[in-house]
Design a protein around this ligand. Sequence first.
Ligand code: SAM
Length: 193
Amino acid sequence: MKLERVLQYAQTLLKMSVSEGDIAVDATAGNGHDTLFLANLVGDDGYVYAFDVQKEAVDATLHRLLDNALEHRAIVLKDGHENVANYIHKPVSAAIFNLGYLPGSNHEIVTKPNTTIQAIESLLKLLKVGGMIVLVVYHGHEGGKNERDEVIRYVSDLPQKHVHVLRYEFMNQKNDPPFIIALEKVKEFPIEG
Ligand code: SAM
């Protein structure tokens, strides 16, 4: 198969964007798969900031890092990704979101349109030129389609001089398959104020 699966392609985009020594963000840590993936990319001189609102997810992510002896490369925060700007004050190379709920956990704790968009907005400012935000959009659950549509509306209006916006999707798969929205920052935004 030549076309990469969605999760594989998300990792390809992260690999393209993150080098040793960089700062990367896992905006929805969950079971920590992406945090671990990013921790491998940033090396011993880089750092991953991982966010999740659930203690269960924070614990699972810390365990995964410990099992791989990479806990020193990440800070795992029990806080919403909408607060990313409170924690990171350096340029970020890449961020990943998996929208939706944590599989095998409480299906009522899901990402929400307002906070997701707030986090994207903050990360776009923190992102280096050439940096990337990858969103894996799960939309089969309750509220998922509303979040998908609001995120699409927001990213579709981003100025193309500053951000390139890609949608990567298998169009003939059944049962609401996830798709990717990738944002590549190509030019700095004017400084506010
Ligand atoms: N990437 C994860 C993995 O490898 O297992 C899966 C993430 S799961 C689809 C979505 C996660 O987002 C859930 O663990 C949920 O608790 C978390 N979440 C929901 N709202 C959030 C918020 N405002 N900030 C950070 N995480 C949030």
